[in-house]
Ligand binder design. Sequence first.
Ligand SMILES: Nc1ncnc2c1ncn2[C@@H]1O[C@H](COP(=O)(O)OP(=O)(O)O)[C@@H](O)[C@H]1O
Ligand SMILES: [Mg+2]
Ligand SMILES: [Zn+2]
Length: 465
Amino acid sequence: MQSYPYIITISSEKGGVGKTTLATNLAIYLKAMREELPVTIFSFDNHFTIDRMFEHKGQRLKGDVHDMLMGARAGEVVQTGQYGVGYIPSSMELGDIHERFKGPMTLTRMLAESGLSGIIIIDTRPDLNILTQNALYAADRVLIPVKDMPSLENCRNIFSLFEQRGIDKKSLALLPCLIDERIKFEGVFKDLKTLLRAFAANRGYRCLDTYISKSPKVESLNTNPDGRIYPILTHARGTEVHGQFAEISRDILRSYDATPESRACLYYTWLAEKEGKKKESYLARLEGLAERCLICGALLAEQPDGRGFYYETSDRTARGFLHDACFTDMLCAALYGMTRDSQTFDAARMVIADKAGKSVSLLIPKTAPSESKLDYRQFSTTGEQIFQKDVTLDGFSEGRLEGINSGLYLLLNESLAGYEGKLRGDAWLAVHPVDPADPDAVLHDERYRSLQKVQGQIGAALAYP
Ligand SMILES: Nc1ncnc2c1ncn2[C@@H]1O[C@H](COP(=O)(O)OP(=O)(O)O)[C@@H](O)[C@H]1O
Ligand SMILES: [Mg+2]
Ligand SMILES: [Zn+2]
């Protein structure tokens, strides 16, 4: 079997937060802890820190990052550097590359095909240009160094990039860096790292348990008479930072070991098996789509046929496919109290199915302490409201799931659940019909953009009725 790399991207829109120090030293610690593990590093920045740290003087170079981005196989331009770390030499000028990088997954594909295995560490520039974005999407883990409130505020852009693309954010984690342990505060947040953690949690950002202290010794490692940069592992063993890097590296190795299929592997396999049965589950895992039909609970990878609807919540935290039959039966029950035993079921169901298949359904739960109800609406493809009905949600807040509305309750619960069993306030769910012959087409660029436009119009119409 071919092996694929596991990718770690270090990113932050702020400079001077310790990205490069983290990237380079992490490579050295990982290699030192696991000698047989290939570790490769490269940078999209042009400060040549990587080169100063890893190059063997006088070695002939086979190419650089620019060559790789122009299509040279990464495995062929990588140099075996100091400490056993492989590095791809930096390039002065990557400006012309932006043209080539139209898609967000180009780098993922390049690295999957690179012939490199083990761990790849990518150090990025302090911006969110297309190269940084590619590095973010390729990564199994993204470490975002934050050193103060402004750098924490800046993370928002990375998180919203993932939200806009509907990519699972579980790869993202903040790492408090350059923490000056001498600074103490009065009150709840006794020091800077506690403060940063609390603010990160408040914004829903995951934060590593470890942090990196500010150390004058570490700072001095890149100012040497011979122009080299020395590693923490060999030249700052006495510092707390040494222990902190060891801890982060152990954490990374744990998640590396726990990941049988890295993102590069999933993506590449998906590309290769585009026509195959496994497509749905690969795509789902990559894009954060629900793996199951929320109404019947079946795994969509196992039962991909019959997908007739795609749903997405207003806050985009839940999205996925529903079986045609599941959604139609649910509407029959919720809107007209009809089940399969009802006398006129078949005839009525045909009408309901026909209408649902031609319109966008909008589900807006209104939960009040006294009574919960659902505002259900249908819109034509041209955006006119063609149907509206209030559905009382009896037993919903008590968690009763066995009645006539069980399908509806499952759908609402799974897609709009917030804290403590309550639904998220203000959030709504839109259900769009898809082509049953090619449901995934709804996720393709242009189709998906127009769906996003519809979602936006619904949101605007609800906000300003
Ligand atoms: N743990 C640390 N303690 C003290 N100084 C550090 C530490 N980590 C990095 N630095 C210093 O901070 C500066 C910025 O670090 P760098 O890694 O280049 O950040 P970035 O890549 O985000 O711009 C450098 O001068 C570096 O030596
Ligand atoms: Mg840097
Ligand atoms: Zn189903």
